[in-house]
Design a protein around this ligand. Structure first.
Ligand SMILES: Cc1cc2nc3c(=O)[nH]c(=O)nc-3n(C[C@H](O)[C@H](O)[C@H](O)COP(=O)(O)OP(=O)(O)OC[C@H]3O[C@@H](n4cnc5c(N)ncnc54)[C@H](O)[C@@H]3O)c2cc1C
Length: 405
């Protein structure tokens, strides 16, 4: 995002909530969570001159930001239009970050289609809406598809939705690069280091308790993803989430076979710049009690490697139906990711209504949104101003269940 766009986003802001201290000394800000959201906020905070300490109870990109499909998108699923615009602005932020930090983002658009006439009809209408909103989105037919993706078998699909702005990133590399850039600007990263408590004096935060001791803190940022207790425990706020799991399997590098993100019925895939194929499953997990019991503990890994490989093999076999060259792909990594997913499907960003020094940043589509969230959250935290386009996403709103994902 260029400076003029950012200034426009921040115009007409009001002073509230996380106001800076009255002295000129920089704020001490502890960011709990070193996923892509915490890393982006830390990077932008450090750039803005704050004294930043990032802590993570496991390590950088160890949860959703590892087990993510990492599709940077602002397509038909981003509703309503204000949320769509927000995501598109973050896409510009990705271009900017990619230039500044040499991030491994691969642009090439996305191709998406579904089975069933009714769903296809709906997709056509959704893409028409995107085009009316000025996006590079259109339905394309078989001849153009063959040219764009000669190695993909579209299984006879007559029409496929193309969203030209989309890309994908290696989320672990991007998180690490953001943290490295934050460290260069003076930030400190501590891991494994768990946030345990907060210390208050006269109603203001003075420090936080961690598994590595006490850290001085004027502000605390909760970028704790799908953690089910952090909001209640540290921000005194209810943040209802309907966290759902998804399996991501990554292959060892193979020769480049894909140009875009391919979202086919039942499977999503893209290929990283380094040749690794990333495959995400839409459905297919066993629907039985034993499986349900295992998932209760929200595991990120399978109990044994052979079970992980079995799941990945099943997913690669589905992918192979659309990309035959997947037959040669070998499994490198399999991970169960848990989506941080506020009940209404929209991000939660801003100071807790009950603890003004505790700033929350929890969301799905966090890979897409990391640049804009980092930029706006850092601005709000260091200036005490509120960005108008975050108004819809404040903690403390009424959450109603909306199944967007
Ligand atoms: C299967 C799957 C597919 C997805 N696909 C996409 C996609 O295609 N595009 C997209 O934009 N988004 C996608 N998402 C969502 C996206 O990955 C997440 O929104 C994003 O990674 C969230 O990042 P985060 O930093 O908020 O959370 P996380 O990466 O989960 O990081 C939170 C961190 O907080 C730490 N933590 C928690 N509690 C504490 C504590 N008390 N003290 C210290 N540290 C703590 C954890 O250890 C963790 O590292 C997907 C997610 C999943 C699971």
């Amino acid at each position: 995002m260029d400076r003029r766009t950012l200034l426009k986003l921040l115009s007409a802001t009001a002073l509230v909530g996380c106001a800076p201290t009255q002295t000129n000394s920089p704020l001490n800000i502890v960011v709990a969570g070193a996923g892509i959201i915490g890393a982006s906020i830390a990077y932008h905070l450090a750039k803005a001159g704050a004294r930043v300490t990032v802590i993570d109870k496991i390590g950088p990109a160890s949860h959703a930001s590892r087990g993510t499909f990492a599709w940077i998108n602002a397509t038909w699923a981003k509703q309503p239009r204000s949320y769509h615009t927000f995501a598109q602005q973050s896409l510009s932020g990705w271009h900017e970050l990619q230039g500044a930090l040499s991030l491994p983002v691969r642009w090439g658009g996305s191709l998406e289609w579904f089975d069933g006439a009714e769903r296809v009809e709906r997709l056509v209408a959704q893409i028409a809406e995107q085009a009316a909103w000025g996006e590079d989105a259109r339905m394309i037919g078989t001849a153009e598809l063959a040219e764009m993706e000669p190695n993909v078998d579209f299984g006879g699909a007559a029409q496929v939705a193309y969203s030209g702005n989309d890309g994908a990133v290696d989320p672990v590399a991007a998180t690490n690069a953001l943290l490295a850039a934050a460290i260069k600007q003076g930030a400190v990263v501590k891991a494994p280091c768990e946030l345990i408590g907060t210390d208050m004096k006269d109603g203001r935060l003075v420090s936080v308790e961690t598994s590595m001791g006490t850290l001085k803190a004027d502000r605390l940022v909760l970028a704790t993803g799908a953690d089910p207790v952090a909001a209640e425990k540290f921000a005194d706020t209810n943040l209802p989430q309907r966290t759902t799991p998804g399996i991501i399997a990554v292959s060892k590098p193979i020769p480049i076979i894909l140009n875009s993100i391919v979202a086919a019925p039942g499977v999503h895939m893209h290929q990283r710049l380094d040749g690794r194929m990333v495959v995400g499953e839409q459905e297919g997990a066993p629907d039985n009690e034993a499986h349900a019991v295992r998932m209760e503990g929200r595991p990120n890994d399978y109990p044994e490697r052979w079970i992980a490989e079995q799941h990945a093999a099943r997913m690669f076999a589905v992918a192979e139906q659309f990309a035959p060259a997947m037959a040669d792909a070998e499994v490198e990594d399999v991970y169960i990711g848990w989506r941080p997913l506020p009940l209404d499907g929209h991000p939660v960003i801003g100071a807790s209504p009950n603890r003004p020094d505790v700033y929350m940043a929890v969301m799905h589509s966090g890979v897409t949104l990391a640049p804009i969230v980092g930029q706006l959250a850092a601005h709000e935290l260091t200036s005490g101003e509120q960005a108008p386009n975050l108004a819809e996403y404040r903690p403390g709103r009424n959450f109603e269940l909306v199944k967007r994902y």
